[in-house]
Structures are given as C-alpha cells and as structure tokens.
Write a protein that binds this ligand. Sequence first.
Ligand code: NAP
Length: 593
Amino acid sequence: MSDSNQTMTPEEVLEKYRVEREKRLRADGTAQYRELTDDWAEFDRDPFVEPGFTRDPVIEDTDVVIIGAGIGGLTTAVRLAQNGVTDMRILDRAGDFGGTWYWNRYPGCMCDVEAYVYIPMLEETGFMPSEKYSKAPEIFRQCQLLGEKYDLYSKALFQTESHEAHWDDEARRWIVKTDRGDELRARYIVVAGGILHKAKLPRIPGIETFKGHAFHAARWNYAVTGGGPTELPTKLGDKKVAVVGTGATAVQIVPTIAPITEQVYVVQRTPSAVGVRNNCQTDPDWFFNQEPGWQQERMWNFTAMTSGLPLDEDMVGDAWTEVYRGEMANGGVDKTKLPDDQRLLADVEIMNRWRSRIEDIVEDKDTAEALKPWYDMWCKRPCFHDDYLPAFNRDNVKLLDTDGQGIEAVTPTGIVVQGKEYPVDIIVFATGFETGTMYKSRMHFELYGRDGKSLSEDWAEGTQAHTLHGLLSRGFPNAFLYSGAQGGFATSIVHSLQDHAEHVGEVVSALKERQATLIEPTPEAEEEWWNWIMTGFQYGYDQMKECTPSWLNGEGNRDPSRMKLSIYLGPLKHYSDKLREWRANGMPGVEIS
Ligand code: NAP
C-alpha cells in the first residue's frame, strides 16, 4: 500500500481539512440549488409512467391515510395490516411502491448497505437478494412483493399528488384532497415523504441553453440513453457524457457507463471517500436455513455496531462496520466521549488508509491526488465501490476537478470547467436532494392543524419544532410525522423507518382497541422529549459544525436557530428502547380520548 499520506502529521492533516473546507464555504449555502418547478419542472417529470393516466376520484372515510409509498409508508402499511388495521389509503405521486427505489433507476444503481440488513421484511416475503449488496431492481421488486402480499395495491392511489391536509376538529378527522379530485377523511395521517426525496439542481448559468439532453440521475432518461433499469444503456457508444457530482450516486454511475460510452467527464467539486465493496453472491443454503427472526437480529447488530455500541460479534463484517471494529479492537474507544481534537485524530488514520487506496489504484498521479478526500470520515456519507477508482484508468474517463468551486457554466454544446469548454451530448446531474428543510418545501406538503394553523407556522419554520418521539406534535392530533426532526436515525435509514412503522402500527391498533378517536402529546411531554434529544446531540452537532460543506450540515452554514429540526444523533437502540418502554407503560404524556 502506498503511504505518501503517512508523511503528514495528524495535525497537518487536520490543517489541510480546514483549508479545503474554507475553499468550499459559500455565502449562498443551500440557496445555491434550485427547485425543479415552473421552467424546471421537466427535470422532475416521472419518466417511468405512461402519460395520460386517468381514474375516477375516490371520496371516502378511512382509518389511516399514508402520504408516501416509499419504504417508510409501505412498511407502516404492512405493520398496520399485521395489527389488523386494513382500512387505509396510501398516496404517492410515483406510479408504484418503492420511493427511492422507484425513482432511482440509473445505470449501476444499487444499495451499498448489506441487502440482508437493508431490504425490509425479507422474512415476510421469503425473498432472497441474489447478492450481498443488491442492485436497485431487486429492492424495488421486494417493495412490490410487500404490496402484493399485504393487499396494499388495492389501497394505493398512485400518480396522485396531495399538497395539504386539514384537521377537522369536530369530526376528528384529517381531510386530504388530491389533484385527482379525491377527498379522503381519515382518523389518522402518516406523513412519510422521505428525506432524500426532492431532486435538486445547482444554479449553474446556462443550463437552460443546453441543446443536448440533460437530466437528473433520479429521473434517468432511458429514452435518450437506450437500455433500461435492468439492462445497460445501448445508445452511449458515440456519446460524450458529463456526470456532474461525485457523491454516492455518481460513484455508481461512472464505472457502469464508462465501458459503453465514448467519453465520460466526471465533474468533481469535492471527492467522495470510497471504501472497499467486496460484493458476493448469496448462498441459498445459508440464507434459507437461518432461525426465524434472523433479519431483525442482523439489523440490530449492524445498527448497534455503526452507532459505536460495544458488541461481541460483527455479523455483517464489511467496510461500514470495519471502521467501528477497528476501534473496538483498540480497546473500544467511545468516540462520542472524546474531545473534538482527539476524535478527529482517531479518524485520520482510517482516512489515510482510504487515501492510500486511491494511490494504489489510480495510475495517473494528478488524478489520484485530485480524488483524495480531505475531511473527517463522517463529514460526508462514505461510499463503497470497487470499480469507481479503476474507472479513472480508462482512456475515455476524465476527471474534471474544480478545486472545490463547482462547474462554471453550461453552454449550448457543453460544459465549462476552470475556464475550459468541453463539448458533450448528455449532462447527468448527480447533484443530490433537498434536505433539512420543512415538509412544505421538501414534500410540497403542509399540515393545517387545530384552528387552521399550519405546521410551518406553528414550528416557526423549524426554530420552534416540538414533538414527542419526533412523530407526534401538539396542535396536530392524530398525525404521525416521519420528518426526521427529533426522531431516531440509523446508518441504514430503512431500519429507522421500520422502527417508526412498528411504533405507528402498534399505537394505532391500541387506540382502535380502546375505541379512542384522538391522540395528542402534552407540552410537558414534548419538552421532556427535547431535553432527552439534547443528551445525544452535542457530539454529532459539534462533529458536523466544522465539516466540509455537504447536505449533512446545511452546506457548511448550519443555521443554529433550526437546531430543533435535527434528528436524534444518539444510537437508534436508545431511541427505540424509549418508544417500546412508552408503549409498554400505556403511552404516558399524551391526551387520549
Ligand atoms: P450528494 O451526495 O448530495 O452528491 C451531490 C454531488 O453533486 C456532490 O458531489 C456535490 O459536490 C456535487 N455538486 C453539487 N453542486 C455542484 C456544482 N455546482 N458543480 C459540481 N458538482 C456539484 O447526492 P447523491 O450522490 O445523489 O447522494 C445523496 C444521498 O443518497 C447519499 O448521501 C446517500 O445517503 C444516498 N445514496 C445512497 C446510495 C446507497 O448505495 N445506499 C446510493 C446513492 C445515494 P459537493 O460534495 O462539493 O457538495
């Protein structure tokens, strides 16, 4: 292994982190991105449905309306059904279940968290992922299987948008109207819109003048590239393609299209840290002979491991858990208890190894140097891929590094990077998703609670967010919000969503059993909850504050006044135990009638 990084002292490395961060800080923060509405709406069009779909409006009373048919909404519907609550409607603007896995169908799309942990409810359907790390179509298929098994297609309203729900205090119901003329009057509402849901574009001058094809990675245009989600593009052999962005999405696209594209330009603002993948086929003998309950056990093992909780066994044993395994082997350092400077130094060693990996793989020295990430391990989401770095050894793949400044402009025929124009036929924007904002912006959805007050107004755009468990909020009875704010979170986000789903399934069925029609947290319970959130807060908050800009820290300009929109930054296990205990104790701190 190369070791040129090792010649720098840890202090020099930290100084380099600071310098690289400074380069990337921008006054416009998250405002550097534009919404895909109005003139930009074409970038957000669903390319996976036939145009012209119509149906009759649905006017009905129901027990539960779920906004969002992604993994959060879907697993909630399953848990409700398993608890005997089957009178429900599930709404989504997409044409099927799946959420992230409905929209993201770009070439090479896969999940870099182990499939046996990530893909929800494998034991419920008996579905065996073919590899340790699944390609997107398998995850999408499992979502469909869950929909089929629990008769959820009959309850789904797809290609349907709803932008608001109003609380009717007298009837104790949420009223949800949609763009297809539906009117649903529901006892409970679950808002599960996803946190990486709304595709965004940087405000690069000239995009609108481009005469070739440009699209966002989460709306891959197979009509232009040929191929489809389960087959490689067929029309790129004579095309020059620019991939803008080098996050987890681009890391999967670039090596997949490189062998079938005339020329790939990879436009980089900040390099990702790319660790080893080591994918392999699933052994059916092992898979089908596990004890019932194996998936929950494995999920909890992974989540506990990647929350830094001490464990005897690492069941997943991959590059995600390696980071923590190393620390355990070194005496079980609990990073959350280390002062800032020592914690950063603990991660420098790992990042040095990852940087050396680049030198070992990428032959061109300048390219290798430009691909090195200079920030703390957890400042950006780490990526894992075995073909991304080798792709830069191909003659037809060129890294266009922007030294932290981003792509300069788009012209009618190409892109401009560091003053030089590169002609291209296709631009793929792998530029991520809006995060950290209120529902209204992120989901185009607003709740109007008691007295018609909107959630945005009540939460004062996040500065006064108040919840119990990150799910219930006073003034918005019978609403369960999967907003991320003040809720539990895990490395595998699907684990935290399933935890929410289990909770809502049990709470709603318990309320039905009691013949209750209303649940609403008390102000005292919400305050107590926030105080508890703060116990797991400072470490994560401090860690992100000094990080290189990314979607994880508001592009480096994290607004302290919106701290209350933060997730619970401690281990999911602690959060989940709290919720279980609350249910077992008869749901204290809420008014139920
Ligand atoms: P992302 O991580 O937000 O990356 C966006 C990329 O676009 C970054 O490299 C960013 O650079 C770059 N960018 C933004 N504006 C630019 C500009 N003006 N010029 C040049 N580059 C620009 O988005 P993503 O890759 O779609 O991933 C989003 C999240 O989805 C991930 O963090 C992960 O949580 C999830 N994901 C998961 C998987 C999986 O396997 N489980 C796969 C894909 C995605 P900067 O870094 O400088 O901002």
